[in-house]
Structure formats: C-alpha cells, structure tokens
Design a protein around this ligand. Structure first.
Ligand code: ZN
Length: 199
C-alpha cells in the first residue's frame, strides 16, 4: 500500500530491486535520502545521471568503465601474456582491490548452469577463445567461484582451449588467510589437503 506520493513510491520500488535491499531497507534508505536532500539525494541523483551517461561495457574484456576499451585493457604496464577469466565484473574488481593480478582479464558474464538454462552461447566464451587465439596470451588463470557451476565452467573452458598451446591454471582452493582449521567446512578442508604443496 502506498503511504506517500507516487514519485517517492517509484523510487522505493526501484531501489528495492537492488541486491541486498528489500522493500523495507529501500523505504528506510529513501527516507534518509529525502531528509538529507541537499547533501545526499541531489548529489546522488547527479552521480547516477552521470554514471548512466558514461558507463560502458569494454568490448574487449567485458569490464565496466567509462571508456571502451577499458583502462585495464589499454594499460601498457600490464602483462598481456596472462589472462584472468572471471565470472562477473564484481570478481574482477575484487581481484583488483587485492592487487592480486598484474595481467589482463576476461569477464564471462555468468557461469554455465543446466538448472538456469545457461549454455556456452549465453556467455562471453566465443570472444575469449578468439582473444586466446590471436592476442599472444601464454597463460590463462581460471578464477571462477568455487561452486559446482563455476568449476563446470572452468572444465568446459579448459576443454574448449585444449588445442591452443596455452598454460591453464586455476585459483587454489583451501584454508583462507587467518583461517582456523577447526572452523572450516569439510569441503574446504578436503580441498586444502588435496591442493597441499611443498613447504
Ligand atoms: Zn577491457
């Protein structure tokens, strides 16, 4: 039931579609925005209009930026021989925040999923194979999530590119930094034991 004007209800309904925000949190957020109209609502509206105008998807790697190709793709200081494949832009940003990868990226836009009806043609895999065939890449790092679908996708890509002379690696699975063995789930502990390496 609407308790306020249609313009405000519309804003609440739109915000409620964001991940992590339900109708209740959206309503609370909008109330806060309106109370802080000058310092929050108006700058936010301007920032959103600006982002809507300038945001682009990189036609090379699938990253989100305000330029195409994106800043990472044109950065000459990056190692062009190592390509890190991720599921989504959020994963690329997470690896960048960690400073974990000095090469370039390729964003798939999801993972293969029989349950959700996602096949290879729904993902950015054709473009990946094209890049690997022409861009002088020597190593591919498959940085998929450690989920069943993520690992299925990693296996599929490995099969697809098996004809190319490119080294394929994947992220290690195991004990997180600062993690205590007693608190880990069985799957993580088993994976850590399986991927153990010389000290
Ligand atoms: Zn790019």
């Amino acid at each position: 039931m609407a308790v306020t004007g249609p313009e405000i209800e519309r804003l609440i309904a739109l915000l409620a579609k964001l991940p992590g925000l339900g109708p209740r949190s959206a309503r609370r957020a909008v109330l806060q925005l309106i109370k802080k109209k000058e310092t929050l609502l108006m700058p936010l509206a301007a920032a959103m209009a600006d982002a809507a105008d300038k945001a682009r998807i990189c036609s090379t790697c699938g990253n989100v930026d305000t330029q195409d190709p994106c800043a990472i793709c044109v950065d000459a200081a990056r190692d062009p021989h190592v390509l890190c494949v991720v599921e989504d832009v959020g994963d690329l940003w997470a690896l960048e925040r960690a400073g974990a990868h000095k090469g370039r990226y390729h964003v798939l836009g999801g993972v293969l999923s029989a349950l959700d009806g996602v096949g290879p043609d729904d993902l950015n895999i054709g473009k990946l194979v094209e890049r690997l065939s022409t861009d002088g890449v020597r190593e591919v790092v498959l940085a998929m999530n450690a989920t069943v679908d993520g690992q299925t996708t990693a296996h599929y890509i490995t099969d697809r590119i098996s004809g190319l002379s490119i080294a394929v690696s994947r992220l290690a699975h195991g004990v997180p930094v600062g993690g205590e063995l007693d608190y880990l789930d069985d799957g993580t502990l088993a994976a850590a034991m399986k991927s153990r390496r010389p000290f």
